[in-house]
Design a protein. Structure first.
Length: 151
């Protein structure tokens, strides 16, 4: 049950939609996780705490940081459409990767597939995306090579 409690807490923090669902209907926890009544009540209290919005924001900023660092021009080129794009990516990949080049590469591959399947993007994306994605691939390759080399 502890593992389910921890997963539920992570899910509530990572997804504003899950957090809101718990706030709206406390029984939703019982359907997704194997929790004791005490664990359910603690999670409900956490979800309903006013500070939870800040926790969700910090989590999302930590997910966005690698993309902003490595694909800055691409993200900027999307302008106001970026939020919907990022939300779609996070819905498909709800858990981030601790290695920021891996996370950036995964997003770049995801975005490339969407573009290949007809996602309409601002013209300025074309000028920035390919070079930035290539830099991410190279940086990831170098990073993986360096971690495998003896000291």
């Amino acid at each position: 049950m502890l593992a389910d409690f921890q997963q539920a807490l992570a899910d509530i923090t990572a997804s504003p939609a899950v957090c809101q669902a718990v706030r709206d209907d406390a029984t939703s926890l019982r359907f997704r996780y194997n929790l004791t009544e005490r664990e359910s009540q603690r999670l409900l209290g956490i979800a309903r705490h006013p500070g939870m919005s800040a926790a969700c924001t910090v989590y999302r900023m930590n997910r966005l940081a690698p993309l902003a660092m490595n694909l800055r021009g691409t993200l900027h080129a999307f302008g106001p459409a970026l939020r919907q794009l990022i939300d779609a990516y996070w819905a498909e990949y709800p858990r981030g990767h601790a290695h920021f080049y891996v996370e950036s590469q995964r997003f770049a591959e995801w975005l490339a597939q969407r573009i290949d399947h007809g996602l309409e993007v601002p013209e300025t994306v074309s000028a920035t995306f390919a070079p930035e994605a290539a830099e991410v691939r190279l940086a990831l390759r170098i990073s993986c090579t360096e971690t495998q080399s003896p000291p």
